[in-house]
Each structure stands twice: as structure tokens, then as C-alpha cells.
Design a protein around this ligand. Structure first.
Ligand SMILES: *Cc1c(COP(=O)(O)O)cnc(C)c1O
Length: 398
């Protein structure tokens, strides 16, 4: 992959998120192998597949071992349907029952934790001559959505399960500290989940699938898989946290963020760079400008604290990162030219800047860095080292 391929010989914006479809495919094959054939894999592609492009990732994951998909909100599910994805599709967040016509039209499974929503769904489904598949959410300690483990919850779940045109496809919960070493609270959450399972059985309330493990659960809690798991971040080759990592699993990072240098110049000792004059050249300094900034999702918090790869070597980013541009100090790199590739995260020759490194420096998690790479950044999809697709969100060519 060179810059000419990535930018179609500079006829496209020279900033791109490079998405390695081969890596994504192999990651899913490894996840599938790891969880075994008795467990369904529900690939989480919310947030535009953590910035990677939901439509493209959904296809790759389904072709390489995923059984079904999950997103966060109904519109994300509709986007996938409108692009021809026919697999089972679960919306993990809240969907108001009054959105029943979209739910029915696009055949989407929704998460339910309120009788009113379920009632709307059942009534609309009856009119449409169909039924709606739902997953009950249980709040076992996350404190976000779902039924708490008590008899009142069981009564309402029973009432919903008696509605004639909704069918319980699943029952799930979500762990809040499965990405730390201490297992105490996750075990407590699973204990509450198991209480639910037992009570549902006693009340003869059926549910086809039980699921609670996200990525960290997939890595650290095989005993809690039940019959389905919901991997997210590990599909994209990143660690859930520094305590629960993918080390030894052979997963590869899928996205890298790249651009081409737009300007190179020498500045004198004492000259300053960017807004606020927060970098002063300590000696004559060679500055290169990159056409990427925080409006692309490259965090301003990284200003003056991060490095960028040029010619396979780390160079310091200098001065405040602007909305659309930033500068780097390339004094130490010979022969830097306009058009040369700079890597904001990812691999270049033998050097790597990981998403985790940037997340640490900005006090956030890898998920947020990836999701924030936004629609102004073209996605360049590569397979076995060749460009196979380009998605230009702004130019509406996807
Ligand atoms: C986002 C999400 C996941 C996937 O999370 P990762 O940590 O990225 O694996 C799984 N389940 C639910 C309910 C989620 O909201």
C-alpha cells in the first residue's frame, strides 16, 4: 500500500482511515474458534463499527464466523438493512415501542425493559400480521438499562411474555468491570443473572438465547458465555483494557489513521508554531504540516505530547493541534517531501503507534479514539494489501 493507491494518485483527500479487511476477517475467525461452535457470536457493529464502517464490517464478520449482529440504536440497524444485510440484528439500547413500524418493516430485534414498549410492539405486530422478537435486558449492576433482580421484575417480564405478538428471542445483561483483574463483582453480576434464569424457568417464561459477555467477557470469562457472546472492541484488534488484553490470541489491529504531508519548511530558532504559540523552536527546526486535526477525530488533547510516524520513525507533534491541521517536527528525518505518508496511529515500516498509546495519553479508552474518527475521513479498505473499496461519506459514494 502506497500513498498513490490510498489517495488515487492524490485525486482524493490525502487523509484516510485504512481498514484492513484481511485482519478483520482473521480476527473473527479466531474469536469464533476461541468461543467454540456451541456458542453464537453476535458481532457488535454499533458506532459505525467503532468507526470502521458498519456495512463493510458486518459483511466481513458474518462471512467469517459471526452468526448475527448488534447495534446501539434502531437507525443503525436500519442503515444495515438498507445496505442489504439480512442477518438477525439486535438493538442493544432502548427503542421506543412507538417506533414499531420501522422495527417491523426492517425485521429488527429490540431490547425491552418496559411493558409499555412491549405492548406497542405487540399491537403493531398484530396489525401487520407478524410478531416482533425481543431481548429482555437485566440490570445486574451496570445501572444503565434493564430489569433489576427482584420479583416485581419477574411479574412484568411474565406479563410481557404473555403478549401474543412478541417473542422472547433473548435475555441478557452487561458487565461493568469484566475488564479488570478482580473478578468479584463480575461473579456477583453473573449470580444475579443466574437468579433471573432460574426464576424464568420456574415461571415457564422461555427465552431462546442468554448472553452477557462483551469482549472482556469473551477473553476472561468462558464460564459465563451461556449460549451467545457479544464481542465488540476485540474484533477490531484492540484490547478491552490494560488488565484484560488480547495478548496470545493473535488478533491484529484493523484500523490505522494516515495522511500525506502538505507542507515542509525550516523555521528559525525562537519561531513559534500554531495557535497560542505553545511550541517555540529551540534551534532551526524543520516543520511539516499535516492536513488532519480534531475535526477529523484526532484529539486536541494530544497537542505537544504525541508522536507521528514518518519514514518509519517516530517524530514529535508540535504546537496545538488545530481543527483541520497539525504540525510535526521532522528535523531528524532526511529528505522529507510534500506527499510523504505520515501515520497518526498504526504501523509504518517497523514502527507502530497503537490506538492504546493515544488513548492513554488522552485519558480515554481505545473505543472512543476509534469512534471519533468521523465522516470527513475517507475509509480505504484493503484486502491482502490491495485497495478494494473506498468509502467517502461526504461525497455520498457508499
Ligand atoms: C458495546 C456493547 C458490547 C460490546 O462491547 P465491547 O467492550 O466493545 O466488546 C456488548 N454488549 C453491550 C450491551 C454493549 O453495549
Amino acid at each position: 500500500m502506497n500513498v498513490n493507491e490510498a489517495t488515487s494518485h492524490f485525486t482524493k483527500r490525502p487523509v484516510w482511515a485504512q481498514i484492513d479487511l484481511t485482519a478483520a476477517a482473521e480476527n473473527m475467525q479466531r474469536i469464533r474458534k476461541h468461543v467454540g461452535n456451541t456458542v453464537s457470536v453476535c458481532a457488535v457493529v454499533k458506532g459505525n463499527a467503532y468507526g470502521h464502517g458498519a456495512v463493510e464490517m458486518a459483511g466481513v464478520f458474518l462471512d467469517n464466523g459471526a452468526d448475527r449482529l448488534a447495534v446501539a440504536c434502531l437507525d443503525e440497524a436500519i442503515e444495515l438493512r438498507q445496505h442489504g444485510i439480512t442477518a438477525s440484528l439486535l438493538v442493544l439500547g432502548h427503542t421506543d415501542g412507538r417506533r414499531a413500524s420501522d422495527i417491523i418493516q426492517y425485521d429488527i430485534e429490540t431490547t425491552v425493559f418496559c411493558y409499555e414498549d412491549a405492548k406497542h410492539l405487540s399491537e403493531a405486530a398484530e396489525k401487520a400480521g407478524t410478531s416482533v422478537r425481543i431481548h429482555f435486558a437485566a440490570d445486574t449492576g451496570m445501572g444503565r438499562i434493564g430489569y433489576q433482580a427482584c420479583e416485581e421484575s419477574i411479574r412484568e417480564i411474565k406479563k410481557i411474555s404473555r403478549l401474543p405478538f412478541v417473542a422472547a428471542e433473548g435475555f441478557f445483561t452487561h458487565f461493568c468491570v469484566s475488564d479488570i483483574k478482580d473478578k468479584t463483582f463480575t461473579q456477583e453480576q453473573f449470580r444475579r443473572f443466574s437468579w433471573f434464569r432460574r426464576r424464568l424457568e420456574e415461571e415457564h417464561i422461555p427465552a431462546r438465547h442468554f448472553h452477557c459477555c462483551g469482549s472482556a467477557g469473551v477473553l476472561a470469562y468462558p464460564e459465563f458465555y451461556c449460549d451467545m457472546v457479544r464481542p465488540g472492541i476485540i474484533q477490531y484488534g484492540c484490547d478491552p483494557s490494560s488488565e484484560v488484553t488480547t495478548e496470545g490470541y493473535g488478533l491484529q489491529s484493523v484500523m490505522s489513521l494516515r495522511c500525506c504531508i502538505t507542507h515542509v519548511k525550516m523555521i528559525e530558532k525562537g519561531s513559534t508554531v500554531s495557535y497560542g504559540r505553545r511550541f517555540t523552536a529551540p534551534k532551526p527546526t524543520k516543520i511539516a504540516t499535516l492536513p488532519v486535526g480534531y475535526a477529523d477525530g484526532y484529539p486536541r488533547r494530544l497537542s505537544n505530547q504525541t508522536e507521528i510516524l514518518v519514514h518509519g520513525r517516530r517524530v514529535p507533534q508540535v504546537g496545538l493541534i488545530c481543527m483541520d491541521q497539525c504540525m510535526i517536527d521532522v528535523t531528524e528525518i532526511p529528505d522529507v517531501c510534500i506527499g510523504d505518508e505520515a501515520v497518526l496511529f498504526g504501523k509504518q515500516e517497523n514502527e507502530v503507534i497503537s490506538v492504546a498509546e493515544l488513548a492513554d495519553k488522552t485519558g480515554t479508552i481505545v473505543h472512543e479514539i476509534l469512534c471519533n474518527i468521523n465522516r470527513r475521513v475517507p475509509r480505504v479498505y484493503i484486502k491482502d494489501g490491495q485497495v478494494v473499496k473506498r468509502v467517502e461519506y461526504l461525497l455520498n459514494k457508499h
